[in-house]
Design a protein around this ligand. Structure first.
Ligand code: UD1
Length: 344
């Protein structure tokens, strides 16, 4: 019988790509989302890509403890991947209580519901933000976490700790994997799913594609006086499909009983630092266009340079990032054009 994975926040950017990869790897998936930060575009795209017109969708908010409990009681769930969370750094500084309430409450409810149902494999979607400004790069999973610089980052750290403690106390009923993503970018090669930010994008790649299509006038590159080769920040941009595949590896590792510890952590990145300017140049080159950009002052809270040492994920999970930055940026551009055709 097929194993079932619950994907909370499964209609969003990362969740929709993960759902596709899980279905294509032979898992059954229940998508649950409250659509607070997305519409049904990506969910419909997932159905088209996979041919699964009957894909189950539960419209619910994981902050509703009773609803979470019902979901676990009524379905045999072999693993849950928890994405349902707010994710805008700046907004979290302005509205900390909203962030703590939503991101912590929803995860606590998932864990309680999973416990009440007799236990579960839990994959938490964490972030390289937990490393803050690292003293050395690349960062391994042993690189110490730094105090969070935003409530958003703090919720990631707190949820990591909550999962660790819950697993420890569960006497084997709960198992956990924390995936720390670096900078997920791009879109599915079909151009049917991708990132769909509401309002002005905070992240670099949606801002680039929106500028290229004419939705934004000019990209501001935040800071060209950093101590890096070209003065702009260095990041580890990871293709969204590669990232999604890491989830399939992690889920099968949990379900197939291959974990070495009850709570494990993996960096999900390429191991390849790319500067903002290099990314912009690569976008222009691969898509044959010129981008309107200017240098602007540094953005508060940005770290100079961070990229992953992904050796542990490569060796332990048998996962490796495969797609080039060029392939990823071509997919991001194809997705933006698809959105344009849809009038979005
Ligand atoms: C942020 C979050 C991270 C989250 C990630 C993906 C922090 C500190 N950062 O990472 O947790 O996982 O988003 O959602 O918590 N840039 C510009 N112009 C722009 C936008 C960005 O120059 O208009 C630059 C930034 O200064 C940065 C790079 O592009 O150097 C990447 O920025 P962004 O895409 O926002 O990601 P991060 O800040 O690295």
């Amino acid at each position: 019988m097929k194993k079932t994975v619950l994907v909370s926040g499964g209609a969003g950017f990362i969740g929709s790509h993960v759902t596709v990869e899980l279905l294509q790897a032979g898992y059954e998936v229940i998508v649950a989302d409250n659509f607070s930060n997305c519409d049904t575009t990506c969910f419909e795209g997932v159905k088209k890509i996979t041919g699964r017109v009957d894909l189950p969708l539960v419209k619910m908010d994981f902050c509703d403890a009773a609803a979470a409990e019902r979901l676990f009681a009524e379905n045999r769930i072999d693993a849950v991947i928890h994405f349902a969370a707010f994710k805008a750094v700046g907004e979290s500084v302005a509205k900390p209580l909203m962030y703590y309430k939503n991101n912590l409450q929803s995860f606590l409810n998932v864990l309680e519901a999973a416990e009440k149902a007799g236990g579960c494999n839990v994959l938490f979607s964490s972030s390289a933000t937990v490393y803050g400004e690292p003293d050395t790069v690349p960062v391994t999973e042993k690189t110490p976490r730094k105090p969070a610089t935003s409530p958003y980052g703090n919720t990631k750290q707190m949820c990591e700790d909550i999962l660790r403690d819950a697993v420890k106390a569960s006497e084997g009923r709960l198992k956990g994997i924390l995936l720390r993503y670096f900078n997920p970018i791009g879109a599915h090669p079909s151009a049917l799913i991708g990132e769909l930010p509401r309002g002005v994008p905070n992240n670099l790649v949606p801002f680039i594609t929106q500028t290229a299509i004419g939705k934004r006038e000019c990209l501001s590159i935040f800071g060209n006086d950093y101590p890096t080769p070209d003065g702009t920040c260095l990041r580890d941009y990871i293709d969204i499909v590669d990232l999604a595949k890491a989830h399939v590896c992690a889920v099968s590792r949990m379900i197939d009983g291959k974990m070495k510890e009850d709570c494990e952590v993996f960096n999900i990145g390429t191991g390849r630092p790319v500067s903002v300017l290099e990314l912009v140049n690569a976008f222009e080159k691969v898509n044959g266009l010129k981008l309107n950009y200017k240098f602007a002052p540094r953005r508060a809270g940005d770290v100079t340079a961070i990229w992953a040492d992904p050796t542990l994920a490569n060796e332990e999970m048998g996962w490796k990032a495969e797609r080039s930055v060029e392939q990823t940026l071509a997919a991001a551009w194809a997705w933006e054009r698809h959105l344009h055709e849809l009038g979005l």
